[in-house]
Design a protein around this ligand. Structure first.
Ligand code: UDP
Ligand code: MG
Length: 324
């Protein structure tokens, strides 16, 4: 019998979790030919999410949890979950039911009967999201599609069912700045994209503000493309060329009209403009430098405070308190 691990990153999900559990439990009853493992990763929630998970684990032995020492972000939570998962097939799902569990049986059937290695979910629309946000999200995928060799699928969610082999490949990428959408695609393998209508979260609030999404998008670009660096160099060349034209223009003008000292206001404008461009390019380099800096520190991606998972793998510190 196959073991199916469901990895659920949770951050302040006390409202949504009971619904999620009810739903996934219902689905697991329908899938009699598979064993389930529910892996909740409590990403330093500030509400009583961990108590809810613990009470679930008391009445259901399939429920395993890992609780972080603080909020490390969804990327870290997914990584930890994948690392802890022992299933033959592994799925990642949000706790807010935006990734409908009712799709699981179909996905499982598809991955076991076809030679696809990943069954990914992609939203047909972004119903329930604002037009402006929709525009920015689409633009992001358009830009990154142009500048990165790694393919990013617009509307793709983190909800996916993967084979053990794919997960092992993902775990080999141990970078600190994790941009999962890119990592999932970078490892390759055959992906089948299932489309579905967007579902709004069942309870609780989204953790993503516009600013957070913007920073996340920038991280994606820095992690999967070096095009901005090329852009900075090109900008330098363009400005050199413009400066050359300007020199020729001024020499000719002075030769014809004399008066070499006029033009102070225009000079100030040019100075501001060019130093702005310089700072902008310096900023681009800074982005890459800062990521390199963080990467060289080799800090752990997450720190576990407690867990009830029996196979605490070798890289998890021995100091981890084991409940049960
Ligand atoms: N999440 C997490 N850590 C964070 C933020 C979010 O583990 O720092 C989890 C969250 O609990 C949820 C999933 O990631 O299960 C998706 O979050 P959310 O629903 O807020 O994002 P959205 O669906 O709005 O993109
Ligand atoms: Mg959500």
């Amino acid at each position: 019998m196959d073991l199916l691990s469901i990895v659920v990153p949770c951050y302040n999900e006390k409202e949504a979790l009971p619904y999620f559990y009810k739903e996934i439990n219902k689905i697991s009853k329908q899938m009699q030919d598979v064993k389930f493992e529910l892996l909740f990763v409590n990403d330093g929630s500030k509400d009583n999410t961990i108590e809810i998970i613990k009470s679930l684990s008391e009445k259901d032995e399939r429920v395993k949890y890992i609780s972080f020492s603080r909020n490390f972000g969804k990327e870290a939570a997914m990584y930890a979950g994948l690392k802890m998962a022992s299933g033959d097939y592994i799925a990642i799902m949000d706790a807010d039911l935006q990734d409908p569990p009712k799709l699981l049986p179909g996905m499982y059937k598809m991955i076991t009967t076809t030679d696809n290695d990943i069954i990914g979910l992609r939203r047909k629309n972004r119903a329930g999201e604002g037009k402006i946000l929709d525009f920015f999200k689409k633009s992001f995928y358009h830009i990154i599609g142009k500048i990165s060799k790694t393919e990013m699928v617009s509307g793709a969610r983190d909800f996916r069912l993967m084979t053990r082999q794919v997960v092992d490949a993902i775990l080999e990428l141990q970078e600190y700045n994790r941009y999962s959408k890119g990592i999932f695609s970078w490892v390759g393998f055959q992906t089948y994209w299932l489309e579905y209508e967007n579902v709004e979260r069942v309870a609780g609030k989204t953790k993503w503000s516009f600013w957070k999404l913007f920073v996340y998008a920038m991280e994606g670009i820095v992690a999967f493309s070096t095009a901005p660096l090329v852009f900075a160099s090109l900008l330098g060349i363009v400005f050199l060329f413009l400066a050359f034209l300007l020199i020729v223009f001024i020499i000719i003008r002075t030769a014809i009209y004399g008066d070499p000292t006029s033009g102070w206001p225009s000079l100030v404008c040019i100075l501001f403009f060019v130093s702005g461009i310089q700072l902008f390019c310096l900023g681009i380099i800074g982005q890459y430098l800062s990521k390199t800096y963080l990467e060289t520190k080799k800090r752990p991606i997450y720190i576990i405070k407690e867990t009830n998972k029996d196979v605490v793998k070798k890289d998890v510190k021995k100091t981890v308190k084991k409940n049960k």
